[in-house]
Design a protein around this ligand. Structure first.
Ligand SMILES: Cc1cc2nc3c(=O)[nH]c(=O)nc-3n(C[C@H](O)[C@H](O)[C@H](O)COP(=O)(O)O)c2cc1C
Length: 391
């Protein structure tokens, strides 16, 4: 462990992740499709929003706890599901432990490297995330496995259009981590001895399989094997979404909504929550930042289901901006991945602590005693900020 493993900001965690991870792993986390317009706007949009603070009559204590999908959480932040492998040997289990230690709910990707059983055991507030992969029987079988493991909610992610190209060049990800792949990646890995040591200590290489997509009696499919099945699956309709929600019966989030008309359809399909999201800029490039689409969506459906946001959250003040514009809570992706890469479970806890203290400072400065009091009047919003899509 580094002499002082603690870091002060998410930006510093990212710098450490860049130093620690092999370049291909780091770039797979940076991601961003095509030209990167969306991934850039996700961050830039938060910078366009300002605050209107008070200076006296401030509150000594600020309430930050809330509830999402029936789960009480200590602050309005959740772990967004990310299907990434090879960041850290403990992977999603370390993230789940950190989230549990900080009273935060965990979203587990079906493309994750660790099983729903291990993750739900580490954090009982785990939501299992699914894509529409395979036939209805397969979807139900995966969902029932998650339920049996103790998942308390389901996240259905629909915003994926199989965009492949990145102008900066996608990192090569081997099909399977066998000896040949190890040798091919060796020059990069040897440049990153601490990352290599973390894996060497476990006696394992990152195996790049997807244990949550196993079919009964078969081995875990590789990442690309599962991706191939996904590409071959007929695309879901709104009736399919309503059907899956009914099969699940419990709290159900639709992730990836950017338009008011789709948000209304999510209400009709019986969803309990949506996340206004563009997949962290990894999907259709040119989609605006979710924070721009949030106000119209929360005005339209905020009293009918829980509206969350994810994309571009790097500090507590970003969380507060999203809440002021109508989000109940936010989810974070890269933020915790940088923390995980920088310092394992403690690094993820470090990131959650940074967000917590940032939320607290902003709520204090804005003169509120609770996150529930936040509203657009706390913000300086440029006239052309909003993107009211599908109105
Ligand atoms: C490397 C990477 C992998 C991701 N994998 C998934 C996934 O498997 N399922 C999913 O619903 N979203 C996935 N996402 C999207 C995140 O859940 C989230 O929407 C996004 O990261 C939020 O933006 P942020 O990274 O700026 O916080 C992934 C994002 C990244 C960066």
């Amino acid at each position: 462990m580094a002499k002082n493993a603690w870091f002060e900001t998410v930006a510093e965690a990212q710098r450490r992740a860049q130093k620690r991870l092999p370049k291909s792993v780091y770039m797979a986390l940076v991601a961003g499709s095509e030209k990167g317009l969306t991934v850039d706007d996700n961050i830039a949009a938060f910078s366009e929003l300002g605050f209107a603070p008070h200076v006296a009559g401030l509150h000594d204590k600020r309430e930050m706890a809330t509830e999402v999908m029936g789960q009480p959480i200590s602050m309005p932040v959740l772990i967004s599901p990310t299907g990434v492998q090879a960041v850290h040997p403990e992977g999603e289990v370390a993230v789940a432990r950190a989230a549990a230690a900080r009273g935060v709910a965990m979203g587990l990707s079906s493309f994750a490297s660790r099983s729903i059983e291990d993750v739900a055991a580490a954090n009982p507030q785990t939501f299992f995330q699914m894509y529409w992969v395979g036939d209805r029987d397969t979807l139900v079988q995966r969902m029932e496995r998650a339920r049996a493991a103790g998942a308390t909610g389901l996240i259905m992610t629909l915003d994926w259009s199989f965009s492949m190209g990145r102008d900066w060049g996608s990192p090569a990800i081997p099909e399977k981590m066998n000896l040949k792949a190890m040798m091919q990646n060796a020059p990069e890995a040897i440049m990153r001895p601490r990352w290599l040591m973390d894996f060497a200590k476990t006696g394992k290489v990152p195996d790049l399989t997807t244990p949550n997509l196993i079919k009964p009696g078969q081995p875990a499919p590789t990442f690309f094997g599962a991706y191939g099945e996904w590409m071959g699956t007929p695309l879901p309709t709104w009736e399919d979404v309503a059907w899956l929600r009914e099969q699940w019966g419990g709290p159900f989030m639709l992730k990836g909504v950017m338009r008011v008309d789709d948000a209304k359809r999510a209400v009709d399909a019986g969803c309990s929550a949506i996340s206004v999201s563009n997949h962290g800029g990894n999907n259709l490039d040119g989609t605006p930042a979710p924070i721009r689409a949030l106000p119209a969506i929360s005005e339209a459906v905020g009293d009918q289901l829980e509206v969350l946001l994810d994309g571009g959250i790097r500090r507590g003040s970003d969380v507060v901006k999203a809440l002021a514009l109508g989000a109940k809570a936010v989810m974070i992706g890269r933020g915790y991945l940088w923390g995980l890469a920088a310092n394992g479970q403690a690094g993820v806890e470090n990131v959650l602590d940074i967000l917590r203290s940032g939320i607290d400072s902003a709520v204090l400065g804005l003169g509120h005693s609770s996150i529930a009091e936040l509203s657009p009047s706390d913000l300086v919003i440029p006239a052309d900020f909003r993107r009211d899509l599908g109105v």
